[in-house]
Write a new protein. Sequence first.
Length: 93
Amino acid sequence: MLEPFEPQIRAWLEADPAISAASVLQRLMSADPSRFTKKSLRTVQMAVKAWRIEMAGQIILDGDWLGHESVETTQIYRKTVCPSSGVRWLALD
C-alpha cells in the first residue's frame, strides 16, 4: 500500500523528523485520495515508527549520534530487578 510512496514519505521524515504519522497521512490523502483514507492511519503509524527506528539505528551505527562532541559520563547505571514482577531495567546511581 505504501511502497509507491516510500521515497516521498522518507523525504518528509528526513526534512522534518518530528512530523506526525497523522500529518504524513494527510499529505498522502492529498496526493492520492482514492488510495488513502482516515482508516489508513494505523498502517501509516506503523510504517513511520519502523522507518524512525531504522533511521535511529543508522545514526547510532554510523557513530554520529554524539555530533562529534566529547561527552563526559558522570552517571553510573546499575541493573535493577523488581522483586514482585521480575522486570529488569537500568537505573541511575
